[in-house]
Design a protein around this ligand. Structure first.
Ligand SMILES: Nc1ncnc2c1ncn2[C@@H]1O[C@H](COP(=O)(O)OP(=O)(O)OP(=O)(O)O)[C@@H](O)[C@H]1O
Length: 457
């Protein structure tokens, strides 16, 4: 049964040591989140740093007044509050996605400015049911082995740096509104939530009929089952990666030929998709059917194919994955904290002056490449050619080592590998494969998840 009274024990499972930002839009769910969270912290850890943050997207006439209402509520209850305005350019298409992107970026900036390591949102069981039903209607179940049907995760790592937790995913919106009514606290209604020109409000309206409660319950149960399957598949894929994958050179992954015949085909396809996206620097996993066909062909090596910007070079010596040389970024100024080619995060530190970043290229790679552990030198050369180098005003600073260490060339300067499919958003469902690929490619360690009992291993 879903909770008709909010289940406050979920807050006890969260680690608030590094404080919390509550993301409060002024709607019922996040306003209730704020009150429940404040109540929990007052009782259990009153010294915890709590900051409520409202993002004013500037998209509706009433948005500034809604933010002010949240500020007043917070002032009355002794809660620190900030309103942040999305002042950037608003795109004419894909506005909701851009607003969401800006919202998470601003929330993360607000948290980090205060030294806070966790963001909480007010997503509810109703939101979860709507998400799952929308994905179901789009045929997710059939295409993706139910991966997408897991819905929203209880926690998601944003930008590999800050966890977002959703403690109310098991609680119905009606129960939260009841909390607010009892506390005599009002909330803002967002008119876009009612606009049935959009898919989510249509599903929301359909769930408001007499069968709605059961359908929400069923959808949340479906999500819970799909989440367990997704986590299990992730653990099996991680075990295959640990057992069969190595990284003989920067930008190069070698799979032992036994990978293709290891037996657990769904896990092998999943592992392959994650590795292909990582090597290619692509945020989305490659197509399921094409990845299955690729695994099939790996059983009859040798051959060479490209998927997800990754060359798959299957030889007797192993299956080698490397970034294809097509469409590599041209030489460009290195930007602090930016992703280069979707594969490397650049940190410039205190480095003054303009730096250029460019692919190493075949000629320099030929000078660097050494054959180790039976890896064919031509394969190492091809991988290194797509690795980045840094330049300053005509001066060569050195190739960038593919490790989480600072570059030995310049202190504070780093070009770290990233686990591309999880670099922006890592749902807690996928912690096992993400942690394993982190270790494989030497990406920076994952910040500890906010729930007790979770590990990134
Ligand atoms: N403008 C905003 N400022 C701060 N947080 C926000 C904002 N919009 C959304 N959020 C966070 O994201 C969660 C989910 O967003 P969603 O758009 O589904 O909620 P909402 O309908 O705007 O508001 P609520 O969830 O408070 O009823 C919210 O519960 C809240 O935690």
């Amino acid at each position: 049964m879903l909770e008709t009274e909010p289940d406050l024990s979920v807050f006890s499972q969260i680690d608030f040591t590094n404080g919390a930002v509550a993301a409060v839009s002024g709607g019922s769910d996040s306003t209730a989140l704020l009150l429940l969270l404040k109540d929990h912290l007052d009782r259990t850890a009153p010294a915890t740093k709590l900051l409520a943050v409202t993002i004013d997207h500037g998209l509706r006439p009433g948005s500034a007044a809604e933010a002010q209402a949240v500020a007043r509520l917070c002032a009355g209850r002794g809660i620190a509050h900030r309103t942040l305005v999305w002042s950037g350019r608003k795109p004419s298409t894909g506005l909701p996605a851009a607003a969401r992107e800006a919202r998470y970026r601003l929330l993360a900036e607000a948290a980090q400015a205060e030294g806070i390591g966790l963001i909480l949102t007010g997503h509810t069981a109703d939101d979860q049911a709507e998400t799952v039903l929308m994905r179901h209607a789009r045929g997710y179940g059939a295409r993706e082995e139910g991966r997408g049907l897991a819905g929203m995760a209880p926690a998601t790592l944003y930008d590999w740096r800050i966890w977002i937790a959703r403690p109310l995913l098991g609680t119905r919106r009606a129960a939260l509104r009841e909390v607010l009514r009892r506390a005599n606290v009002g909330w803002a209604e967002d008119p876009t939530n009612e606009d049935e020109a959009f898919e989510r409000p249509r599903i929301r309206a359909a769930l408001a009929d007499s069968n709605g409660a059961q359908r929400v319950e069923d959808a949340v149960a479906l999500a819970a089952r799909a989440a367990v399957e997704r986590e299990q598949l992730g653990h099996r894929a991680a075990a295959l990666i640990r057992g069969f994958a190595s990284s003989p050179a920067d930008g190069l992954i070698r799979l032992d030929p036994g990978f293709a015949t290891a037996g657990d085909e769904p896990a092998a396809v999943y592992a392959l998709r994650i590795l292909l996206a990582t090597v290619g620097g692509v945020a989305f996993l490659p197509d399921q059917a094409r990845s299955e066909a690729l695994l099939d062909r790996l059983r009859t090596a040798p051959f060479c194919a490209t998927l997800s910007r990754t060359v798959v070079d299957a030889r007797r010596a192993g299956i080698f994955l490397r970034r294809e040389t097509r469409n590599l970024p041209p030489a460009a100024p290195a930007v602090d904290n930016a992703l280069w080619d979707g594969r490397r995060r650049i940190t410039l530190g205190d480095e003054p002056g303009a730096l250029l970043i460019a692919p190493l290229g075949a000629a320099r790679a030929a000078k660097l490449a050494t054959a180790e552990g039976g890896t064919p030198p031509s394969v190492v050369r091809a991988a290194l050619a797509a690795e980045p180098i840094l330049w300053r005003a005509g001066e060569y600073l050195g190739e960038c080592p593919g490790s989480a260490q600072d570059s030995p060339v310049l202190p504070g300067l780093a070009v770290c590998p990233v686990v591309a499919p999880f670099a922006r958003f890592l749902p807690s469902f996928d912690l096992a494969p993400a942690g394993t690929v982190t270790a494989l490619i030497g990406a920076p360690l994952l910040p500890a998840p906010p729930f007790s009992g979770h590990t990134a291993g």
